[in-house]
Design a binder for this molecule. Sequence first.
Ligand code: SOE
Length: 406
Amino acid sequence: MASKVDRGELRVGMVGYAFMGTAHSQAWRTVNRVFDLPARARMVAVAGRDPAGVAKAAAQLGWAESTTDWRELVTRDDIDLIDICTPGDSHAEIALAALDAGKHVLCEKPLANTATEARTMAAAAEAARSAGAVTMCGFNYRRVPAVAHLHQMIVSGRLGQIRHVRAVYLQDWIIDPQFPLVWRLQRERAGSGALGDIGAHIIDLTQYLTGQQITGVSALTETFIKERPLADGSSGLSAAGGGADGGRSTGLVTVDDAALFVARLSGGAVATYEATRFATGRKNGLRVEVNGSLGSAVFDLERLNELEFYDGTRPGTEQGFARILVTEPDHPYLSAWWPPGHVIGYEHSFTHQARDLIEAVATGTEPRPSFTDALQVQLVLDAVSRSAERGSSWVELPSLPAEVPA
Ligand code: SOE
């Protein structure tokens, strides 16, 4: 039986301590200092493969213990919740073991590397609910106050009937051909490239914002740089070419660098999506624009304390995109932080995620996005990949006759 909380404590074990492990650790350290909650998070232990690395991480990030054995961690009686912050190829194994041990589970996005894995995880989560276990997937951008506020505006009808959704997530961290073949560029480890890593965010975000689900897609993907230097110590999973040392010095990139697709949503809206790691100059450029019959709104992650709002109900002489500064105490989560105008950051979305998860565990309610919600995102990822592979709706243009001026 998954304990709701143990004597007012939610005892947490985390697997993985890189970027997401660091962000989640900050959230577990901070959440009870900011929010009045029915339980206090206790950072019991963090697991990782490298003994020295995980011990250093435990000391730096605030975990009481470190271990190299996640399988032992998920069975410990002094742990209530397992927080999975590892690459996607281990999400299913760890989550299934944790659920089997009666733990609550928070799993980083995307839920899994394949739709099949995601289905198994969602089914196990559903079965575990009867024993009181809750599951959540770490689509943290839902918990940026400006996003949560825009969600409230849309569901209250402030934008009217939603016609268009326009979402991009633009990064540029691998435009250098010498950037090594890290795990995010290997299908066996990551499942997909920009599509699952950052495309998953805009899929979840737009479905959350509009309350509509993607019902069909037409897609294309591209891998601009197909071979890269091996990362230190890694083996070229699909190595090609021999280096000066006669060994394998490069490996094939087996995932997408960019994914673009159009979609229809269940409420009648049409949508465009672009996820790329080759948008030179864009560092973490997530932007969503929603056009409705009564107005439009724009969220831009690089200006995450703001919304642009076009109120189509205003007199024509007063219409224009207004900037809403989302720092008021009546805005989601913000009454716990600073006075109006004192902006917050990327990391606060993880603290809000931890807040909502603790609240859900303590009250026995299912947090969103659950594993079932995350399965739906995984099915969209799968559909995009299949559409791109088929090129089904693609209409090639005949090459123009030579005499046509360039
Ligand atoms: C990719 O670089 C990445 O780290 C994603 O994996 C995260 O989910 C996103 O929040 C930031 O960018």
